[in-house]
Write a protein that binds this ligand. Structure first.
Ligand code: G1P
Length: 293
């Protein structure tokens, strides 16, 4: 069945971006000139997603403001013939239909996804965590949609990471079935290194059947006292096949200040309109480092 809908949890407190996240939701922080949210929605739209459901929380109203029409601005840009800027202003709204649901209490990622149950209905969908920015063409979701269609099953993005950092992630216990694909036997959220079943960690892209909502309804609080998506997926495994997919592409952690800086530099180097200045900037800093060494 075609994947038409995406759920994007954006209800978190953004503690790693305090104090700026007191008034700017971290999902609206930019890589160069577009918010993190826009990159992941573009990735979803490329994969055929038509409708995006963003889960927000009280105090994060500016997220919906970003996706509303900016008529006055558009009129001004049209009148002054600034077609380039006009296209940029319209870009976010043209990628997909965007709607919002509210998670009133911060009860965890699994609970945030559950808030989108009615909006998703009875069809498979994709969950996208906007902290995880993946650079590749075709995008990670497009790659996963293909794998999901081939296997007729749920697919979760994973990457192999150094063992020292596995405790920061959801981790899969899986058997490799082909080059990039592993059949999942178990999952665990943020295990201590000694208890991690592998170093294949979950990256924020999941193609899931609608039955995950029922699983989440029955999921008790787990790691950090929160209702974890990973625990819901473990319950889902009882009746459904899930595969881990090692996507092609580079993952950037947009959820931390230095991760966002790294992504910004990488994207600036790749973009035609910014690469020259980015190279000059990095040379300047290399020079400074050499001088102080
Ligand atoms: C969440 C998930 C975790 C996953 C991670 C990927 O954790 O719970 O399983 O590995 O995203 O970014 P968080 O980063 O929200 O703590």
């Amino acid at each position: 069945m075609k994947i038409r809908k995406a759920v994007i949890p954006a209800a978190g407190l953004g503690t790693r971006f305090l104090p700026v996240s007191m008034s700017v939701p971290k999902e609206l922080l930019p890589i160069i000139d577009r918010p993190l949210l826009q990159y992941v929605i573009a990735e979803a739209a490329e994969a055929g997603v038509e409708e995006v459901i963003i889960v927000t929380s009280p105090g994060k109203e500016s997220i919906s403001g970003y996706f509303q029409p900016h008529s006055a601005l558009e009129q001004r840009l049209a009148a002054s013939g600034e077609t380039d800027l006009l296209a940029r202003v319209a870009e976010a709204g043209n990628l997909a239909k965007v709607s919002f649901v509210l998670q009133k209490e911060a009860l965890g990622l699994g609970h945030a996804v559950l808030m989108a149950k009615d909006a998703v209905g009875n069809e498979p969908f994709v969950v996208i965590l906007p902290d995880d920015i993946i650079a590749h063409s075709p995008g990670a979701i497009s790659q996963m949609v293909q794998v999901s269609e081939e296997l007729n099953a749920g697919v979760i993005a994973v990457e192999a990471v150094p063992w020292e950092v596995v405790h920061n992630y959801g981790v899969v216990d899986a058997t490799q079935v082909s080059d990039r694909v592993h059949k999942i036997k178990g999952l665990v959220e943020k295990p201590p290194r000694e208890q991690a079943p592998s170093n294949l960690t979950i990256v924020g892209r999941y193609i899931l059947p609608p039955q995950v909502f029922e699983a989440l309804e029955n999921t008790k609080p787990g790691a950090k006292g929160e209702i974890q998506l990973t625990d819901g997926l473990l319950a889902l495994l009882r009746g459904h096949e899930l595969y881990a997919y090692e996507f092609a592409g580079t993952r950037y952690d947009g959820g931390t200040p230095m991760g966002l800086l790294r992504a910004s530099l990488a994207f600036a180097l790749d973009r035609e309109d910014t690469s020259k200045e980015a190279v000059a900037l990095l040379r300047e800093f290399q020079y400074r480092i050499d001088l102080s060494a």
